[in-house]
Design a protein around this ligand. Structure first.
Ligand code: XUL
Ligand code: CO
Length: 437
């Protein structure tokens, strides 16, 4: 193994009283909780783009982090990054990773050269995976950064851009299959519009569905048995992004008959940008049978953009884990840290410390979510709140055995409903009681 992170040891669980920054306080990978190890419940993944590539740029400043590992040639840098990725994942005990095509290999001077670089790196990563238990969680294609996608990819007004995106997606699906990935993500970075003065929204949406259908057909033909995901996000980079939130994506999938092959990859910070909570987006996916995977991170409530911070908010993470457990847990999906260290956290140690913070947050969230379920007060309250639908007129409503006429007669006989409190403050105190006991 390389030693690009010399200060980072093999990070172990030392318990909540440890003051060792390179230790887990809550994540005890092999500890069994409700029949599964923490590692099996959480399925942590490393995001290649934020961890191996991102250099800390922002609109006002250059890179603060050097991610070239002392190499000069683009392919050498790509290989060093792969070596560093496996070193970091091994030291942190992370068993999955996710990548875009452009994260792992340099762009060539034309499509064929880029494709050659890409497949060379896929082979390199495949070799690195051998003899480890590190797996690919999902793959994807970056069809939003290059200027050819300035007006969109699947929703571009330019058919040649659409074709280029399709070609990239084909190769990214091939790579996902080769590396044994069980997921393929569509995040519509520029699938949206700035103004309707130049946009045929119907054609753009129809075309996006056409591209996804072709991807499903191709993937299934090549033997891909995993899930395709759409990752909702309301805005940034486009003003009106078509994959706005879980409900919007669901309507899209159903309209175009894609709901059997696609599930949702829910990202925390995208949920909050849409004006929802992370829990709301997960719950919407769960109750509609399309919960798939998670991009874990958090935004800053004082900033209106996608800050992709490592998640440390226990309150939000716990409620997210509560939903994930209720959805039956991860099957093909997992918990990908779509998170990056802050521009000022430029040292290699910060990468490891960021992951440790995020992993501990979700480990504690897993423990607390099961404590909420085992405690039962919240679930029992919700059940009792709807008990009027278990008998009498309520039962008839639920079973579809009544009518407006009967309900009118019932109301005449019954008079004013007797109201009950929603007890929000009490329930919030129950949650605090469990979180901080
Ligand atoms: C961007 C974002 C992407 C997707 C993959 O906001 O979340 O990194 O997760 O393209
Ligand atoms: Co994401």
């Amino acid at each position: 193994m390389t030693n690009y992170f010399p200060n980072v040891p093999i990070v172990k669980y030392e318990g909540k009283d440890s003051k060792n920054p390179f230790s887990f306080k809550y994540y005890d990978a092999k500890k069994v909780i409700h029949g599964k190890t923490m590692e099996e419940h959480l399925k942590f993944a490393m995001s290649w783009w934020h961890t191996m590539v991102a250099g800390g740029t922002d609109p006002f400043g250059a890179e603060t982090m050097d991610r070239s590992y002392g190499k000069k040639e683009p392919m050498d840098i790509a290989k060093a990054r792969a070596d560093a990725a496996f070193e970091l994942m091994t030291k942190l005990g992370i068993k999955y990773f996710c990548f875009h095509d452009v994260d792992i290999a340099p762009q060539g001077s034309n499509f064929e050269e880029t494709r050659k670089n890409f497949h060379e790196m896929v082979d390199y990563i495949e070799e690195k995976m051998k003899g480890t238990d590190i797996k690919l969680l999902w793959g994807t294609a970056n069809v939003f950064s290059n200027p050819r996608y300035m007006h969109g990819a699947g929703t571009s007004p330019n058919a040649d851009s659409f074709a280029y995106a399709a070609s990239q997606i084909k190769n990214a699906i091939d790579a996902t299959i080769q590396l044994g990935g069980m997921g393929y993500v569509f995040w519509g970075g520029r699938e949206g519009y700035e103004t309707l003065l130049n946009t045929d929204m119907k054609l753009e949406l129809d075309n996006m569905a056409r591209l996804m259908k072709m991807a499903v057909e191709y993937g299934r033909k090549k033997g891909f048995k995993g899930d395709f995901y759409i990752e909702p996000k309301p805005k940034e980079p486009t003003k009106h992004q078509y994959d706005f939130d879980s409900a919007t994506v669901l309507a899209f999938l159903r309209k175009y008959g894609l709901e059997k092959d696609f599930k949702l990859n829910i990202e925390a910070n995208h949920a909050t940008l849409a004006g929802h909570t992370f829990q709301h987006e997960l719950a919407t996916a769960r109750i509609n049978g399309v919960f798939g995977s998670v991009d874990a991170n958090q935004g800053d409530p004082a900033l209106g953009w996608d800050t992709d911070q490592f998640p440390t908010d226990i309150y939000s993470a716990t409620l997210a884990m509560y939903e994930i457990i209720k959805a039956g847990g991860f099957v093909n999906g997992g918990l990908n840290f779509d998170a990056k260290v802050r521009r000022g956290s430029f040292e290699f140690d910060d990468l490891a410390l960021g992951y440790i913070a995020g992993m501990d947050t979700f480990a504690l969230a897993l423990i607390k979510a099961y404590e909420i379920i085992d405690d039962g007060r919240i679930d029992e309250f919700i059940k009792a709140r709807y008990s009027s639908y278990s008998t009498g007129i309520g039962k008839k409503i639920v079973e579809g055995k009544t009518s407006l006429e009967e309900l009118e007669q019932y109301t005449i006989d019954n008079g004013e409903p007797t109201m009950e409190s929603g007890r929000q403050e009490y329930l919030e105190s129950v949650l605090n009681n469990i979180l901080f006991k």
